[in-house]
Design a protein around this ligand. Sequence first.
Ligand SMILES: [Zn+2]
Length: 113
Amino acid sequence: MNKKNKVEKKRQKEQYVVEEMIRLYCRKNHKEYDKTTGKMCPSCQELSDYARLRSQKCPFMEEKTFCANCKVHCYKPEMREKIRKVMRFSGPRMLFYHPVLAVWHLVCSVKEK
Ligand SMILES: [Zn+2]
């Protein structure tokens, strides 16, 4: 696999994990979450779209492990606060819902410290 594909894969994985974490957070915390369709509330959807956009524009995808651990904080303050809340809530719970993803996330967190 060439370098570009590898970075692209990482980007997709990050977007997927972040979205799953936001979804989990919304499901457990917001009444507006639609259980039948899996649709997030407008505020979480906005955060998810924002995170996706940041990830797409991130110039450090190759070196960094995860946006939440990134040394260059490209999130604007209010979004950063939101995503941190999501991470704090969903991070430990991902172990239950998505063991593989959670392990991957934990490894990344440890490495970055
Ligand atoms: Zn929500």
